[in-house]
Design a protein around this ligand. Structure first.
Ligand code: NAI
Ligand code: MG
Length: 514
């Protein structure tokens, strides 16, 4: 790249940031309730930063019970009407909302990159695209809210079931893929005739508020409400509100368990998408032209490793170990760490001080583990520009025992460990040796081994010879401690956001059955 082109990219990056900043400032201090972007009742705000340079991009309201109560009451009032709108008309409105996002996509992706520190080209733009796609898909599926007829022993009795909306749905979302996770919850809920109140993540509230503002133009007031705040002050009263009849959450295991406990007394169903410590496995017969880039894709380095499906435990068969490690590390050198707003950047900044410290903490453990080797990365970048933000390079380690925290905990940063193995059986046991069961990836040309792995691996999202991110129309969710329920496809709308009545109608003849 010439110096002149560099300057062009950097100039564009500055313009992108300035435009997005104007939006986050406009959204500062606001919530979206009853179709209006309005000042929150909460007096206090918290600062939101851009992780690329730690500049303050706005203030988000620290909503508590007062804002929760207002939002839920508004949503409850809107529900009474919304559930009577014909399902396909609801779907059409959602599809118009998807069109509206598409028309504003250039700004949405900029606000997303500014809010999260995720790189515009590799992450914020594709996430905006998949959020549009998912919204449109659920809009189209609204006509699938069908019940069943049940064969009757009595010819004059019609037996059937309905698919009804549940009421007000509470969504609590994280910051790592905030737009996609937001629409994964609100689009099926709204299509099914529910109204929603979403609490955004404190680290990235503006991109979601901006998206909701755009979608809201196509929806009746009160159907889609968005508030901001911390977990205990805002998330907890939202889950506990008596009018909330369904809770859907993505985030950490500990918070998922807490949310399930808040919802339990009112027997309110909960969908949970939690963490993972996912294996990426390479057998000695694998096509390494697929496996080597696949491991890197699988690590989600372009999202700084902040992905629940990140394949952070890379098991490689011993005979090809050195070749795979050499291939992966050579390619990691091509990943360009830099300003998230710059089109030339592959990998942006870690979201927050807390998550950055978490990565540094695990790296300290690695540096203090006697046999651990840093194969790539492992140190903050020396470029002073990158020193201003939470930048950490893609990092690959080996020599760590399976019992190390680095092989057991979800780091949620750009750090993966490689582990050699000789026996397939032993490797499968080790791959399953975690409380989580979210995703798993295997590279092989041996169909029989692939099928055996599919059978024996304890994961809800299982891939062979690739490691793509979860996507629209493909059901996604975890086993074991990785969650409850599946999202992103038709079954999510039907299973999570409807309730059903079983109805028996007798046309007027005595039914001999008791
Ligand atoms: P978190 O689970 O604390 O936060 C996620 C959401 O839950 C946020 O909106 C937060 O405000 C809310 N929340 C927190 N405590 C709550 C409570 N008591 N009641 C109701 N809502 C509450 O996740 P955090 O702190 O952002 O990240 C910590 C770790 O969690 C990460 O390092 C990662 O391991 C995991 N995580 C997993 C995600 C996934 O996609 N499965 C997403 C984000 C984090
Ligand atoms: Mg937390």
């Amino acid at each position: 790249m010439t110096d002149l082109a560099m300057t062009d990219n950097q100039t564009a990056a500055m313009q992108n940031a300035a435009q997005a900043l104007a939006e986050t400032r406009r959204l500062s201090g606001k919530v979206l309730i009853d179709g209006q972007l309005r000042k929150a009742q909460a007096e206090e705000n918290f600062e939101v930063i851009h992780p690329g340079d730690l500049s303050v991009i706005g203030q988000a309201p620290k909503c508590g019970k007062a804002d929760v109560d207002t939002a839920v009451e508004v949503a409850h009032k809107a529900f009474v009407k919304w559930k009577t709108v014909a399902a396909r008309d609801r779907g059409r409105m959602l599809q118009k909302a998807a069109d509206a996002i598409e028309a504003n996509a250039a700004m949405v992706e900029r606000v997303l990159a500014l809010d999260t520190g995720n790189a515009l080209r590799t992450q914020a733009r594709p996430e905006t695209g998949s959020s549009i796609d998912l919204t449109r898909m659920f809009g189209g599926l609204a006509g699938e809210l069908k019940g069943e007829t049940i064969p009757s022993a009595h010819p004059d009795v019609l037996q059937y079931s309905t698919r009804d909306p549940v009421g007000v749905v509470a969504g609590i979302i994280p910051w790592n893929a905030p737009l996609f996770l937001f629409v994964a919850k609100v689009a099926p809920a709204i299509a099914a005739g529910n109204t929603v109140v979403v609490k955004t993540a404190e680290q990235a509230p503006f991109c979601v508020l901006f998206l909701a503002e755009i979608m809201n133009r196509e929806l009746p007031p009160g159907v889609l409400n968005v508030i901001s705040g911390y977990g205990e002050d805002c998330g907890k009263p939202l889950v506990e509100h008596p009018a909330v009849r369904k809770v859907t959450f993505t985030g950490s295991l500990a918070v998922g368990q807490a949310i399930a406990s808040y919802a339990a007394p009112k027997l309110c169903p909960v969908t949970l998408e939690l963490g993972g410590k996912n294996p990426s496995i390479v057998l000695q017969d694998a096509d390494l032209d697929l496996a080597i880039p696949g491991i890197i894709d699988g690590m989600r380095y372009t999202r700084q490793g902040q992905a629940c499906t990140a394949g952070t435990r890379v098991f490689v068969q011993e005979s090809i170990y050195d070749q795979v490690v050499a291939g992966v590390t050579a390619k990691l050198a091509d990943i360009k760490l830099g300003n998230p707003m710059d089109e030339a950047t592959d990998m942006g900044a870690i979201i927050s001080a807390e998550q950055f410290q978490r990565t540094l903490h695990y790296m300290e453990i690695a540096h203090n583990t006697p046999d651990a080797r840093v194969l790539f990365g492992g140190q903050r970048p020396s470029d002073p520009e990158l020193g201003k933000g939470y930048f950490y390079p893609p990092t690959l380690l080996d020599g760590l025992p399976l019992t190390s925290e680095l092989c057991q905990d979800e780091i949620f940063g750009p750090v993966a460990t490689v582990l050699p193995f000789t026996s397939f059986d032993e490797m499968i046991v080790n791959a399953n040796d975690t409380p989580y069961g979210l995703a798993a990836n295997l590279w092989t040309r041996d169909l029989s081994r692939a099928m055996e792995y599919v059978d024996r691996i304890e994961a809800g999202f299982v891939q062979v010879n690739q490691c793509v991110a979860p996507r629209s129309n493909v059901s996604y969710g975890g086993l074991k401690m990785s969650g409850l329920g599946k999202e992103y496809a038709l079954d999510s709308m039907l299973n999570h956001f409807t309730c059903s009545k079983t109805v028996l109608i007798n046309r007027g003849t005595p039914n001999p059955g008791l």
